[in-house]
Design a protein around this ligand. Structure first.
Ligand code: CA
Ligand code: CA
Length: 468
């Protein structure tokens, strides 16, 4: 049995190995190298965003260079000692959700190429999200701002790297700690957004070291993806301009004071910051909890028209988990989980408004709001809003609406795998949860908190995780 297994395996590997038909005609005595991928097997499925690949390569003279290409990105050179026979393993990171194609090439001194390829798929692990393609640059620990920004020669600081970005560019932030407050003044365009993405989810850690802001976005059409942000004293992330998006980030330990400035985890509170998106972020411990509640310190703050707040997990803010104020109107707040905040779970309101509008035409749906003094409320200047299919449970008062009514609400235990108020629980829905398939499709984004499909089963689930 072992023998036929290895024969089949050898056949598969041979089928994956191809010679480059475009190579110049060599002397007949000099043949191209050959490459075999020893692991993983093609078609492998894995969690996470990086893998180790083991290969062997050989040549009749010597293999002089080895490279890999991930999903048609630029070739990356793998360090080797040239020789007729190479056995080595190397890491490939930055895998995207779903299928990834990796092509490995071995060169000989005549420039002839042998190659092999494999396809691996990543599942809905905790570290996945899609990163767009485009001209891609890198910043990483041990880099230098005198480098060219390639993966092999990354820049050193985010503050420098962001000044090099143009519309359509992607900046990948390699895993490590960045003791910086990063201000972004460049802008993308509607068709050519600028992306700043951690190479793996939460692997790139921005420590603001007591500065007001961790990430301070003064441009437009900017996407911030997958970063950890801590130790700001006003806002972890703040956006001053319209059309910015904040996805899959982890913002916590924001040491805001309960003064007139207050503080926020993700601050989209400026009346000019319209049409901004906060999706699938984890936000917690905003303000000094031991000092009690404060209505100026929140998890996510929307202050402009047409914002979207979806799939976020927010807990332990001194004020509201999610709140709107200033010129907020026609905001969508859906599929969030907000718990254990010191003032309230989700509030819809406007005030101090320079644009003359009020909080109306909101869609607040599919949220789970648990264990706050107030569950879901309307505050100050509000009109008619839609509150549909929300689950509110164990709040001091579940509902406090003033100009709207709610439909399809549940007031039952959501049936998490494990609820803990300190954030150490597992907030996926258990198989018997009443929140499964209870969501309004109109309000749901296309992906869930883990960048898995938002719709499974007959309808979307409530809260940030789609479980079945
Ligand atoms: Ca050769
Ligand atoms: Ca479902």
């Amino acid at each position: 049995m072992k023998r036929w297994f290895f024969l089949i395996l050898a056949g598969v590997l041979a089928a994956c190995s191809t010679e480059n038909p475009m190579a110049p005609s060599p002397p007949s005595s000099n043949k191209p190298p050959s490459v075999r991928i020893l692991s993983p097997v093609s078609g492998a499925s894995l969690n996470g965003t990086s893998i180790t690949i083991q290969i062997s390569a050989s040549d009749d003279t010597a293999v002089t260079r080895l490279t890999y290409q991930l999903n048609d990105a630029a070739e990356v050179t793998v360090p080797i000692n040239p020789g007729p026979s190479i056995n080595t393993s190397f890491g490939v990171s930055g895998l995207r959700l779903g299928n990834n194609t990796i092509v490995i090439k071995a060169y000989d001194s005549a420039g002839q190429i042998g190659s092999a390829s494999l396809v691996v798929s990543t599942t809905t692990g905790n570290t996945n999200y899609p990163i767009p393609s485009g001209p891609t640059y890198y910043v990483g620990p041990g880099g230098s701002n005198a480098n060219d920004g390639s993966r092999q020669r990354p820049w050193a600081t985010l503050s420098y790297a962001v000044t090099q970005l143009k519309p359509g560019y992607v900046l990948r932030v390699l895993d490590g700690t960045y003791p910086e407050s990063v201000q972004i003044t460049v802008s993308g365009t509607p068709d050519q957004r600028i992306t700043i993405a951690s190479d793996t989810r939460w692997g790139a850690k921005i420590n603001a070291q007591g500065a007001l802001f961790g990430i301070d976005v003064r441009g437009s059409y900017i996407d911030i993806i997958g970063l950890e942000v801590t130790n700001a004293t006003n806002s972890g992330i703040i956006s001053w301009r319209p059309f910015n998006r904040f996805l899959y980030n982890h913002v916590y330990n924001i040491r805001a004071q309960c003064d007139t400035n207050g503080g926020v985890g993700i601050n989209l509170g400026m009346p000019e910051a319209e049409s901004s998106l906060a999706l699938s972020n984890l936000i917690h411990d905003i303000g000094d909890l031991s000092a009690g509640s404060c209505t100026r310190i929140h998890g996510i703050y929307q202050g402009a028209p047409r914002g979207v707040v979806q799939n976020n997990i927010v807990y332990r803010a001194r004020g509201f988990g999610i709140t709107t104020w200033h010129a907020a109107t026609a905001v969508v707040i859906s599929n969030n989980l907000s718990f254990a905040n010191l003032y309230g779970g989700i509030s819809v309101g406007s005030g101090d408004n320079t644009r003359g509008n009020r909080a109306e035409n909101f869609l607040v749906a599919n949220n789970i709001v648990v264990g706050n003094p107030r569950g879901i409320s309307e505050e100050n200047n509000t009109g008619v809003n839609r509150f549909i299919n929300n689950l509110v449970w164990n709040n001091g008062i579940n509902w406090r609406l003033q100009t709207s009514s709610h439909q399809g609400s549940l007031a039952v235990d959501p049936g998490f795998v494990e609820f803990k108020a300190d954030g150490s629980g597992n907030y996926r829905l258990s198989s018997t949860s009443p929140a499964i398939d209870r969501g309004l499709g109109e309000a749901a984004p296309s992906l869930d908190f883990e960048a898995g499909p938002r719709l499974k089963g007959v309808a979307v689930d409530l809260g940030p995780f789609e479980v079945r």
